[in-house]
Design a binder for this molecule. Sequence first.
Ligand code: NAD
Length: 478
Amino acid sequence: MTELIVDKAYIAGQWRDAERRFAVTNPASGETLAEVPDLDGDAAREAVAAAEAAWPAWRRRTAKERAALLRAWFEAIMANQEALARLMTLEQGKPLAESRGEVAYGASFVEYYAEEAKRVAGETLPSHGADKRILVFREPIGVVAAITPWNFPLAMITRKCAPALAAGCPVVIKPAEATPLTALALARLAEQAGFPAGVLNVVTAAKPAEIGEVLTSDPRVRKISFTGSTPVGKKLLAQCAGTVKKASMELGGNAPFIVFDDADLDAAVEGAVASKYRNSGQTCVCTNRLLVQAGVYDAFLEKLTRRVAELKVGNGLDDGVMQGPLINQAAVDKVQSHIADALAKGGRLVCGGEPHSLGGTFFQPTVIADVTDEMRVATEETFGPLAPVFRFDTVDEAIAMANATEFGLAAYFYARDYRRIWHVMEGLEYGMVAVNEGILSTELAPFGGVKESGLGREGSRHGLDEYTELKYVCVGGL
Ligand code: NAD
């Protein structure tokens, strides 16, 4: 166990217990790590009230003061990198090296927005009359509700909270029920960094719908920032309509990973493995479909299979483990159903395909060849360690296949010819495109999707705009 386990919710600067609690378990062992408060709608309203009360003073702080607090939080997170990483591996299952990476990645948003807080600028514009002036102020939007998933328990919180806090907005965080401990540890570090009471609140609950109702309907909440599945995102968007709330939505994906016949195949294999099997295939940007050109199909498949067979599956705390358990049995069931469906429709199993002999929710890294459009893996997000390999002949066929989905988050492709690279890059209907790269997330770039993958962007200076409103002031009679 780690000393960073905090088992109370955090509202208005107080650590809050509740009579009803729920267990947080380790997916690698089934062991209970802690029990945390199972809060209801009233607690969510209290958190919103605390945030609303904290807002006037928080927005009046100078940008430099807010930046200093964010910087202190960043330093506290990095000083606790190892403890946070262990905690994350315990409650989420990902290998320790990946957890360390996520702590650094998550902290990088806090660092970035500590710097960017000082650069939130308005503008003056040429006016429509000699006696008038046009001023445009950029102001904090108000109370922000952040609802986050279990697959990146730390980074999805900082990616929302750091820009919100930098802009002058207080936040109410509703972490995923599988991974509240990382969120509570982050709140403890924020408290230690010196954030005033009510500026950052964490509401834990076993069943999210009641809290979601409050956060989406309370008029004091001015903005919802959600990361999670597309069906839940659509539901929350509909709920936001009643109060015309602004919403950012980071939703599901169905990422294509295209390998053209002029690609460096070894580099493509490394990129595909990183993109597909990281976090046991449970990332929104992870490769869901491998599209490989006919001329290199067999060679790529052979190299990929050899590499995937080497992936060590096990408890994320053990040395050398590259793939931990899946988050729960429902996740395993989905992977198995996609495999069964693909094999029933003519797919060829070349690697894995079964639950792992370690038992529980461990699953073999799997590769299926000869996959076609009729199979469920073509259109549904698997969210597990299954690489389905499709075949294509022409460049335009690959672009059409890649775009044949309602999702549009991340796309990857490997090629060398520069004309081809430009053609494909421009043809892909995605919010993010990685060319000869398997990993693209960074705080420096705008992260987000098009189509049903979402609304808005996180990271970069664009991520800060999501938490501000423009106020136009017309000064006349001059
Ligand atoms: P999920 O939609 O089930 O849950 C996400 C969050 O929403 C959790 O905190 C959950 O408690 C909450 N939630 C669920 N139902 C709710 C309701 N009715 N009202 C209010 N809150 C509710 O998603 P998940 O299984 O935790 O995460 C996996 C999904 O997230 C995948 O689809 C993945 O692609 C997506 N994801 C997207 C991004 C991105 O940046 N686009 C990043 C990570 C994950």
